[in-house]
Design a protein around this ligand. Structure first.
Ligand code: UDX
Length: 447
């Protein structure tokens, strides 16, 4: 089938590459000419396992093209995906200016039936706004062309995006037109494994499904972080509690890992935006607001523990930080917990020696050259001259360190384990102080 995708960010690019991989002819449109040029050379601007070879292969085989030119791209596609960004505006609501700009462009150029598919995470009611925008532009030029608007949210995870896209758990299609549903069934048929993955519903329900999924996952994490904070105070180990509750299939083991807070481009933004939507519709989303507040406090947790360890005086101290990206297998620093930690450390007069397998360049881009930030290529190099070590992201490279070596390099050997990666006893046996998240010892050791 012929597909056009607006936006070559995570969602647009991965969707485009995967649809091409399944044999469709895909044209991706972006307003950023530099990015389009790079993509044409097969140079993928984001770190996502498996994506670059897939882009290169499909380009070479003629199924994937990139352009800044919207008009021919609209003429190409029977299905026009909108996968542009919806950044939060000043009050935390999703800003639809890019989505609506694409809708306008489609309305200005469409000259035969097509389906306009929203893949961006957009507030409930956006499908109606897109429909109205396209219709208004068609009307302005007296066009009788028919079109349908569909909500088809994406559930890919960074780091597993290609895999998630090729083998989705579910394909949510919010559509009221049987013609659109039939076309999307055809497009997505190759993605069904064993059984039909497509769940068809109305547009508003599809839009809310995306927010509900992310808000539920964020709630699980904040819930566990709250239990961790209680565990810490009552002398329990949240890691044992986690295993204890995860064994109940109604709760499950996924997304109940306590830690230094959730980050990324989705959870913080979507929880906030859903709260705003609720508020705008006359409902105070108490639980969602609490999920956000717990996460916000959790991002300050490592700093609190470190600060308390040093009696509140961090001036002249050096903290080694392992892990900068908001999670492993990505170079994405959006809303990363490491940022809060580093900024708090710098404000307190400390220096950071940081190591991350992928996110060093992104960190440099965000913070520039500064005397109180040293980016190191290797984990142990970050420990040289450091007082203590904080773990923020659970990359494989940090999972089983040589604790004796760590102790030998640190001036005041202590590990602040923001992802509960280590066995506290093993760390303490190696002669280091151990602080975890909700492990019943952080407060005791610190006081
Ligand atoms: C998320 C959703 O998983 C995905 O379905 C949606 O489409 C986009 O948002 P992503 O942002 O890539 O994907 O990251 P995810 O793997 O979900 O992790 C989000 C954050 O939660 C990370 O900062 C991670 O460290 C944190 N997390 C995750 C926890 O703190 N504890 C957990 O148990 C799980």
């Amino acid at each position: 089938m012929k597909v056009t995708i607006f936006g070559t960010g995570y969602v647009g690019l991965v969707t485009g590459a995967c649809l091409a991989e399944m044999g469709n002819h895909v044209v991706c449109v972006d307003i950023d000419a530099g990015k389009v040029e790079r993509l044409k050379q097969g140079d993928v601007p984001i770190y996502e396992p498996g994506l670059e070879p897939m882009v290169k292969r499909n380009r070479e085989e003629g199924r994937l093209d990139f352009t800044t030119d919207a008009a021919p791209a609209i003429a190409h596609g029977d299905i026009l995906f909108i996968a542009v960004g919806t950044p939060p505006d000043e009050d935390g609501s999703a800003d639809l200016k890019y989505v609506l700009a694409v809708a306008n462009t489609i309305g200005d150029n469409l000259d035969r039936y097509a389906i306009v598919v929203n893949k961006s995470t957009v507030p409930v009611g956006t499908a109606d706004r897109v429909r109205a925008a396209v219709a208004a532009r068609l009307k302005a030029r007296d066009s009788q062309v028919e079109f349908d608007v569909v909500s088809n949210p994406e559930f890919l995870k960074e780091g597993d995006a290609v895999e998630d896209c090729l083998r989705p758990d579910r394909i949510i299609v919010g559509a009221s037109s049987p013609r659109a549903v039939a076309l999307l069934r055809k497009l997505y048929a190759p993605f069904n494994r064993n059984h039909d993955r497509m769940v068809v519903m109305d547009e508003r329900s599809a839009e809310l499904t995306k927010y509900a999924a992310n808000a539920m996952l964020a709630t699980k994490i904040s819930f566990m972080n709250e239990i961790a904070n209680i565990a810490e105070r009552v002398g329990a180990d949240v890691e044992l509690v986690r295993q204890g509750i995860g064994s109940d299939p109604r709760i499950g083991y996924h997304f109940i890992y306590p830690g230094a807070g959730y980050g990324g481009s989705c959870f913080p933004k979507d929880v906030q935006a859903l709260g705003r939507t609720a508020h705008a519709n006359g409902y105070d989303a108490v639980l969602l607001n609490a999920v956000e507040a717990v996460n916000d406090a959790q991002k300050a947790k490592l700093f609190e523990l470190i600060s308390r360890h040093f009696g509140g005086d961090l001036k002249g101290k050096t903290v080694a930080v392992w892990g900068l990206a908001f999670k492993p297998n990505t170079d994405d620093m959006r809303e990363a917990s490491s940022r809060r930690l580093m900024e708090q450390l710098w404000n307190a007069g400390a220096t950071v020696r940081a190591c991350d397998p992928e996110a060093a360049d992104e960190t440099r881009r965000i913070y520039g050259e500064r005397a109180d930030l040293v980016l190191c290529d290797r984990p142990y190099e970050a420990l040289e001259g450091a007082d203590v070590l904080a773990i923020v992201t659970e990359w494989k490279a940090f999972r089983s360190p040589d604790f004796a070596r760590v102790r030998g390099l640190l001036k005041t050997p202590a590990i602040f384990d923001g992802r509960n990666l280590y066995d506290p006893v093993a760390v303490e046996d190696a002669g280091l102080a151990y602080y975890g998240i909700g492990r019943g010892r952080s407060l005791r050791d610190a006081t």
